[in-house]
Design a protein around this ligand. Sequence first.
Ligand code: DX5
Ligand code: ZN
Length: 212
Amino acid sequence: GVEAKIAPSMLSSDFANLASEAQRMLHSGADWLHMDIMALCPKSYNWCSSYREAYLDCHLMVTNPLAYVEPFGKAGASGFTFHVEVSKDNWQELVENIKAKGMRPGVALKPGTPIEEVYPLVEGNNPVEMVLVMTVEPGFGGQKFMPETMDKVRALRKKYPSLDIEVDGGLGPSTIDAAASAGANCIVAGSSVFGAPEPAHVIKLMRKSVED
Ligand code: DX5
Ligand code: ZN
């Protein structure tokens, strides 16, 4: 079986108050904190170091993820998810390095990338531990969920019953059932959680959808 992991995306938080925003989400029942990393910005990994008690689910939306393994490992990242589109030649080296730094490796794919491209990374003798299926084009929060990406989630779940499958982009009360019934168990949510009058309520509702 797979466990529900609800991961508020810090990209939608108030950046001037990252620490209290993180606390607010953890107190609202968040399992993980999702961090979108777009550049080697010292702020992002310094901030990681101050949040070692939380599971930091880092999504590297960069073209050279290998260069980030060492600094993010030092900073205390928990999950390190790189994109398959930029790692065709070095994913084995990446996975080894991520594990050596004590992080959980994950692989992400954009809406236009076929699901078959991640199969070798899940099946190898040094496999990734999570697949992140992007449900919007990467870049920013607040975009519309793309239901057609659920075919990929269904295919993955059928093949790998106990794999962590994460979805990212446009998730909230109106889209969670589609994602959960397709087989996603790790749910990233930015605007729907941070914009809610009661984040705890939205987090609870999404957890229930995954667990039912
Ligand atoms: C998109 C990011 C997401 C984003 C999600 O590039 O990877 O994590 O913050 O935000 P919402 O939930 O608002 O679509
Ligand atoms: Zn993300």
